[in-house]
Design a protein around this ligand. Structure first.
Ligand SMILES: *Cc1c(COP(=O)(O)O)cnc(C)c1O
Length: 372
């Protein structure tokens, strides 16, 4: 049986009637951009996350870009981001006219900490963007303390961590603004691109709401230069249906992670992901650190098993950021991770049989006997 890294068709099949009905309703209304469906989804997301405002936009990338535009910091200020993340985290900083300053991550959790952020601090730092990578929150308590102490804005990149929780609050709701993505591969994925910005601050919500429609509340009156970054009603309708299932799916991802943990513990050559005590990890990815990673991937591919490498090249070594002057060796933790990480199928509908098949293949690769 082949095992894809991600299969969205199984999820669609399980809620097809609900989704088809929601989509048909929007088509019938012919109201396609923002409007009542989007407003209803924003209210439901705000309620789900326990945050005051949720502002839909066109993508997770824009959910990072718009708050950085709204910050109105002096051009070319420094914004600290992890080097071990999806490109958009740093791309948004660049496109907002600022300089991404890359920091390292804790190799256990793949996340920034107050310590790694502090090590990258400059006197031009105006903001930090902690990323909740793979579905686990970065330690927001210590990050907020550091940022408040130094007067920096905190933008949480919660694109991979919708529904993740910690004693500090849920992902996206602890910093000044949180960014969510509804790209189809995220835990809450639409039928296309979509994103959302969440905040408890009334003034920030107002400003972000303007920026997504060219900087004005009233048509043809522009107080700021914004952009077109609106959420579609069709996406909102799909996401409203899926939001009702999100916690069940997250629980299933958690069970899959737990099963992998049981089957792969003690295999010489792999290090399993670590969930911090007291946090709810939502496992957008289940990511191992593996010896002979590339060989393992080839072996798995030969067995019909999909895997992914997030991320093979650290952002501080990307060609487009060459002018920033980073060298190999500048962020050793991140560089080591890029050579060792591999993500396994973890989607909710994976099922025990296929999961065991993946685990057994990995055990075989490292010369361990099959699990019981
Ligand atoms: C997916 C992702 C984004 C960007 O989201 P899009 O909706 O694809 O624009 C940003 N940051 C991280 C960490 C992501 O995984």
């Amino acid at each position: 049986m082949s095992v894809p890294l991600l299969d969205l068709t199984a999820q669609y099949a399980s809620i097809r009637d609900e989704l088809d009905e929601a989509v048909a309703k929007v088509v019938e209304s012919q109201y396609f951009v923002l409007g009542p469906e989007v407003e209803a989804f924003e209210a439901e997301m705000a309620e789900y996350l326990g945050v005051k405002h949720a502002v839909g936009c066109a993508s997770g990338t824009d959910a990072l870009l718009l708050p950085l535009m709204a910050l109105e910091a002096e051009p070319c200020s420094d914004v600290i981001v992890p080097s071990f993340t999806f490109f958009a985290t740093a791309g948004a900083v660049w496109n907002a006219g600022h300089r991404p300053v890359f920091c390292d991550v804790d190799p256990e959790t793949f996340n920034v900490t107050a310590e790694t952020l502090e090590a990258a601090w400059t006197d031009r730092t105006v903001a930090v963007v902690p990323v909740h990578l793979f579905g686990q929150m970065a330690p927001m308590d210590e990050i907020m303390e550091l940022a408040r102490d130094r007067g920096a804005f905190v933008l949480e990149d919660a694109a991979q961590a919708i529904g993740a929780d910690s004693p500090d609050g849920s992902a996206g709701t602890v910093g000044d603004v949180g960014a969510l993505s509804f790209f189809p591969t995220k835990n809450l994925g639409g039928f296309g691109d979509g994103g959302m910005m969440v905040t408890d601050d009334d003034a920030w919500a107002q400003k972000l709401g303007k920026l997504r429609v060219h900087g004005g509340r009233q048509m043809y009156h522009h107080e700021m230069v914004g952009t077109n970054s609106r959420l579609d009603a069709l996406q909102a309708a799909v996401l409203r249906v899926k939001l009702r299932h999100l916690d069940d799916w997250a629980a299933q991802r958690g069970e899959n992670a737990c099963a992998y943990h049981g089957l792969l513990s003690g295999v010489d050559g792999v290090e399993l992901p670590v969930a911090r005590d007291g946090v709810r990890h939502v496992y957008n990815q289940y990511t191992l650190k593996a010896d002979r990673r590339d060989e393992l991937r080839e072996f798995l591919a030969g067995e019909g098993i999909g895997s992914g490498v997030y991320y093979p090249v650290p952002l501080h070594r990307q060609a487009c950021f060459e002018s920033l002057g980073y060298q190999q060796g500048d962020l050793p933790g991140t560089e080591a991770l890029c050579d060792r990480v591999i993500s396994l199928p973890i989607f909710p509908e994976l099922g025990g049989e296929r999961l065991e098949q993946v685990a057994d293949a990995i055990r075989r690769f490292y010369g361990e006997p099959a699990s019981e």
